[in-house]
Design a protein around this ligand. Structure first.
Ligand SMILES: Cc1cc2nc3c(=O)[nH]c(=O)nc-3n(C[C@H](O)[C@H](O)[C@H](O)COP(=O)(O)OP(=O)(O)OC[C@H]3O[C@@H](n4cnc5c(N)ncnc54)[C@H](O)[C@@H]3O)c2cc1C
Length: 382
């Protein structure tokens, strides 16, 4: 038999997908509606993911992790998001928060912070955005001032995913205000550091199970060796991180879209109008065909970007932005069409597609809005 596995995930990737799908359907899906309705952290998902070592699969083996490649990480996030977008932010943000340490941190930092993450003893968040510095993240105001063997942090970070739940935070702060982005450094801050506190959870449209809070730094004094990489390299590390992790947002978007299509596909076969299943109407079939086609295209772009991330390809910045932008736009379109296919029922909380439509919206906004992705792509055209 000739080998035709030229342009598809490996057998191991397919097996991983099957395993995560079974787990997600059995242990995460049953709580997805309640997590959304009650806007509560998906603790059942955290437990199920941790018990199966799927909460932070990207952590390298030398630090006690599974050492999964970027495509495997995408598959985990995609399959969790297919049933519960909020829960998919556990593996996604664990990667986002810890990748700066993996990319630029000292051996000591890696050993200290990646082990507890891999074991499931601690989650990791990423703190870049501020109340007045979103798309223009380099306009941040949070400051770190050197004091002997310490840095002292003061400021406010906004919109921090899993804030309060995470033990560890990668925090970008200005260390030299005269140099704008080259005067920003990255630090690991612990939840228990004196002077760290959190705002009230934001009341959001979607991903209600994922806490989003402000983080306050009030004279937070941390040892100098908590700096990630050299002074002044924090913004570059933050952007390099996003090159890799925008692909995980694409994966989340893809999973949400697939979940909506799968639900709608089943529904149209059951729902009868005019004496037949609505699936028999060509107008409905064409909608489903378009939804599937868009998802296939988004998946191809996302997996290709994951491969580029794993290899460290030169065009990763373009690929990550393109995958995130395209997949999130697809997620918004597909979930909106899924609501349409369920008619009035789709508009109620008795069915999951309205939650999926609300959850999809954030994927067009965070890790850089889709306008920002287009700026990034335009600056890095292939
Ligand atoms: C639920 C949630 C979770 C989040 N999690 C995190 C997190 O964990 N860590 C973190 O650091 N941040 C996080 N964010 C922040 C997120 O990345 C920012 O909200 C996002 O980057 C946009 O910034 P902004 O909200 O300040 O919008 P703004 O930058 O004020 O943008 C407003 C509008 O202007 C447009 N715009 C701005 N500049 C341009 C331009 N140059 N050209 C064209 N259009 C432009 C934007 O696209 C947008 O439509 C999260 C946000 C949310 C809502």
């Amino acid at each position: 038999m000739p080998d035709f596995d030229l342009y598809r995930p490996s057998e191991e990737h397919d097996m991983l997908r099957d395993a995560v799908r079974s787990l997600a359907e059995a242990k995460i899906s049953p709580y997805a509606a309640a997590v959304d309705e009650e806007a509560r952290f998906p603790r059942e998902a955290l437990q199920a993911l941790t018990a199966n070592e799927l909460h932070a699969v990207h952590v390298p083996e030398e630090y006690g992790g599974a050492g999964a490649d970027a495509l495997s990480t995408v598959i985990v996030i995609e399959e969790v998001a297919r049933v519960c977008a909020s829960s998919s932010l556990i593996p996604a943000v664990n990667k986002l928060g810890s990748l700066p340490v993996i990319l630029s941190g000292s051996e000591e930092l890696k050993a200290k912070y990646l082990g507890p993450l891999a074991k499931g003893d601690a989650m990791f968040s990423y703190a870049l955005s501020e109340p007045d510095a979103g798309s223009d993240a380099a306009g941040m105001k949070t400051k770190a001032v050197r004091d002997g063997e310490f840095w002292v942090l003061n400021g406010v970070k906004r919109w921090i995913t899993n804030a309060g739940v995470s033990e560890f935070y990668t925090v970008m702060a200005v260390t030299d205000p005269t140099k704008r982005s080259k005067g920003i450094s990255a630090f690991v801050v612990e939840k228990g550091d004196e002077g760290v506190s959190f705002g009230a959870p934001e009341k959001k449209l979607g991903i209600k199970g994922s806490p989003t809070r402000e983080v306050y730094f009030d004279n937070v004094r941390i040892p100098a060796d908590r700096m990630i990489g050299a002074e002044g390299t924090g913004f570059a590390t933050a952007m390099k991180t996003l090159d890799h992790t925008r692909i995980t947002i694409a994966a989340q978007a893809l999973g949400i879209a697939q979940g909506a299509l799968d639900y709608a596909k089943g529904y149209v076969k059951e729902r009868k109008q005019f004496g037949k299943a609505i699936a028999d109407f060509q107008g409905v079939q064409f909608m489903l065909a378009d939804m599937a086609m868009k998802i296939s295209a988004a998946r191809a772009l996302t997996y290709q970007a994951a491969a580029a991330s794993e290899r460290g390809d030169a065009d990763l910045t373009y690929q990550g932005a393109a995958a995130k932008c395209f997949a999130s736009d697809v997620a918004m379109e597909v979930t909106t069409d899924a609501v349409q296919l369920l008619g009035g029922y789709g508009y109620t909380r008795d069915y999951p597609v309205e939650r999926m439509m609300r959850d999809a919206k954030i994927t067009q906004i965070y890790e850089g809005t889709n306008q920002v992705q287009r700026i990034v792509m335009a600056r890095n055209l292939p």
